[in-house]
Every structure is written in C-alpha cells, then in structure tokens.
Write a protein that binds this ligand. Structure first.
Ligand code: NAD
Ligand code: TYD
Length: 363
C-alpha cells in the first residue's frame, strides 16, 4: 500500500503552518501536500523580507491548500483561522531567523519569536480547551540547536538535556519561545512537542544565509566572505530530512517531549565553502571568476560568533525510527544544482533592501 492509500484510511489532519512562505516552512508545505494530499494545509505568513509567496504558487492548484497573509501577533486573526478552518495541528515555523540581523536589530526577534509564539499558544489553548476531541490536537514548535550555546572542539554534542545557554539575540529569543511552549505543556497539559534542529540547507533558502550566499556570489563573481578564521563548525541537515523528522514527531512523538534533529555532518565553514566552490567549478556551465576558490575572502568576525554546534539526535532515531537520508555531499550537489536552475527564484530577492542589509554587514 502506498503512503497516500494508507493515509486515506487514517483521519484527516487540519494543519496551520506558520511561516510557511519561508525557507523550511515552504519546504514543509510542499512535503506535506505531497505526502498527505487529503490533509488540509493552511499557511499563515506575514511575508516579511524572508517570506516569498512565489515559492508556494505550485500549491495553489491543490484543493486542500490555502495561503493567508497575516501576523502571528494578530490574536483576532489567529482565533478566526483556528476556528473557521477547524485546525487541530499547528506547525510553528514563523520567526525572525538570521543571527546577523538579530545583531543589527533585535526588536523584531523579541516581537515575533517571543510575543508571536505566546500569542499562538494562547489562541491554541483556548481553541483546544473548547474542542470535543482535544486528544487529536497538537502544537508543534520548530526550534534550533543554537539555544544550547557553543561547544568546544571536544565537547559532546548537544542532547535534549543540555542546559540552555543562548548567545545571540536570535537564539535567546528562540530559547524564550521554547520555554513558553514547555510551560504550556507542564502548566495546562497542552499537547505540545518541540524539535531543536541544526543548520538546514536546500531549495528556497533565502540568499542571506551561508550556503545560498556563497552559491549566488560564486555565480555573480563576487567575493565569498568567510567570517573570522573560517574554523567555526556547524552541523548541516538537508531540509527535506528536517521535514521528515517533524513528520515523525507529529505522528509518533510523545506530547511534552523535545527531540533534537541533526545530520551528523559537522563541517568547518571554510571546508564547506571549498566544497561549494568545487561543485560550482564542476557543475556551472560558465563562471565569471574561475576557479571559484579565488573569490574566498576572510572578513571581520561576527560578534559573539558561536564556535561549534553539534547535535545528538539518537532519541529521535531510537524512539521514533527517524534517520537522515541525504549525506552532505549529496545534499550540497542537489542544492548547487537547484541554485543553478532557479535563477528566476533568487535573482529578484537581491533587492535594494537586501543590498542595503548586505552593505551594513559586510562593509
Ligand atoms: P525564514 O526566515 O526563511 O522564514 C521565516 C518565515 O516566517 C518567513 O516566511 C517570514 O515571512 C515569516 N514570518 C516572520 N515573522 C512573522 C510574523 N510575525 N508572522 C507571520 N509570519 C512571519 O526561516 P527558516 O530558516 O525557514 O526557519 C524556520 C524556523 O525554523 C524558524 O523558527 C527557525 O528558528 C527554525 N530553524 C531554522 C534553521 C535553519 O537552518 N534555517 C535551523 C533550525 C531551526
Ligand atoms: P548562517 O547560515 O548565518 O547560520 P547560523 O549563524 O545560524 O549558523 O551561518 C553559518 C555559519 O557561516 C556561521 O558560522 C557564520 C558563517 N558565515 C560566514 O562565514 N559568512 C557569511 O557570509 C555568513 C552569512 C555566515
């Protein structure tokens, strides 16, 4: 039996996907509509600079899909949506997500990540309490490994019991939202789950983040700005594997629990940039500057730059049977191919606003 046939035997879910026009949320909306076409998927997104309505156009023809432009801090809107769409599952991606922007201006991070999450939690609590089938409800909160702080070279990877030690305004605001979600389970018994995931990459990734920025700059023959000594380490997960991890948690996860998600792919930034250069040299039909490695430029370090992230996802693997399916070598190749064939997606994002941001960070 196919997964679609299996699903027709199970109950239809009705999802509110916040931030579903952003990088991971849009991948998740595509993933869910493909794997569970009978489920209702309502995307709520404010379309900030990071949200892109065009990413969701292929889903507009899907009868169970709806897009709503709106803010997660807008309580009347959330109340109305939860009720009129009879939502039973919230998958909460909406956030301000870029560390460098949080250093330039933390206000929006506190507003969306903390106050927005609180607003959603309160609205969902009321909705859940008045339901006649509360056992079918779920509030899933998507968070980051950055809440755990920074590791030394020989420290063990972050586990679900590692104490929180966020270092940037971004990670501090995500930590605040995680604590609120946890409190709603412990205080009200609300059916919540949390995932803390490592760095994602793949299609529809906004140009400001490391991997898309390097791909686009290589294609445009611009310098590749590596912060500090380039020795900072991140764990990288292909975005579709993050979607399948959230799927596993929604279907088989235990309420009140947190699950760490990671790719077991620790890579130093400079090595990652070298890998992208090698792939571009090989795969791009032509490049303005070749070899791409000659564009690598070490620049001033990010203030408070976390040295190393590594994540232990054995709980998710052993309890829920999830494993990542894409290696970093395969995932980077897929991603480079995607950026090569989707210039129509990324080129319009290099707006004046984006350029002004870029000049502030890299001047
Ligand atoms: P993103 O910045 O690409 O997308 C965020 C989306 O949220 C955008 O579409 C934006 O328009 C929307 N949004 C922002 N403020 C909003 C508001 N007030 N109301 C409604 N919508 C709003 O982010 P992403 O990389 O897709 O990250 C999604 C989630 O996953 C975030 O919660 C982030 O903390 C978490 N996360 C990201 C990564 C990563 O590597 N990107 C890793 C782990 C966890
Ligand atoms: P980023 O993609 O911003 O994710 P995060 O800060 O959430 O981990 O950055 C990944 C790593 O790459 C991080 O160590 C900072 C570094 N980096 C650069 O060296 N140069 C850049 O231009 C950017 C955007 C990031």
């Amino acid at each position: 039996m196919t997964s679609v046939e299996l699903q027709s035997l199970s109950k239809q879910r009705r999802l509110l996907v916040t931030g579903g026009a952003g990088f991971i949320g849009s991948n998740f909306a595509h993933y869910w509509c493909q794997h569970y076409p009978n489920d209702r998927v309502v995307v709520l997104d404010a379309l900030t600079y990071a949200g892109n309505r065009r990413t969701l156009i292929p889903l507009d023809s899907h009868s169970n899909f709806r897009f709503v432009q709106g803010d997660i801090c807008d309580r009347p809107l959330i109340d109305a949506l939860l009720q009129e769409e009879a939502i039973d599952t919230v998958v909460h991606f909406a956030a301000e997500s870029h560390v460098d922007r949080s250093i330039l201006g933390p206000d929006a991070f506190v507003r969306t990540n903390v106050v927005g999450t609180f607003t959603l939690l309160e609205a969902f609590r009321q909705h859940w309490m008045s339901s006649d089938r509360p056992e079918d409800y779920r509030f899933h909160h998507v968070s980051t490994d950055e809440v755990y702080g920074s590791l030394g070279p020989h420290d063990p990877a972050f586990s679900e019991t590692t104490p929180y030690a966020p270092n940037s305004p971004y990670s501090a605001s995500k930590a605040g939202s995680d604590h609120l979600v946890r409190a709603y389970y412990h205080t009200y018994g609300m059916p919540t789950t949390i995932t803390n995931c490592s760095n994602n990459y793949g299609p529809y990734h906004f140009p400001e983040k490391l991997i898309p920025l390097m791909c686009i700059n290589i294609l445009m023959g611009k310098p590749l700005p590596v912060y500090g000594d380039g020795q900072n380490v991140r764990d990288w997960l292909y975005v579709e594997d993050h979607c399948s991890a959230i799927d596993a948690v929604l279907r088989r996860g235990k309420v009140g629990e947190t699950y760490n998600v990671g790719g077991n792919n620790e890579v130093k930034n400079i090595d990652l940039v070298q890998m992208l250069c090698a792939l571009m040299n090989e795969m791009a039909p032509s490049l303005p500057v070749k070899p791409a490695e000659s564009l690598i430029t070490f620049v001033k370090d990010r203030p408070g730059h976390d040295r190393r992230y590594a994540i232990n996802s054995s709980k998710l693997q052993t309890e829920l049977g999830w494993t990542p399916s894409v290696t970093v070598q395969e995932g980077l190749r897929l991603t480079v191919q995607w950026f090569l064939s989707h210039e129509d997606w990324w080129r319009p994002l290099l707006s004046e606003e984006y350029q002004a941001y870029y000049n502030k960070v890299y001047a």
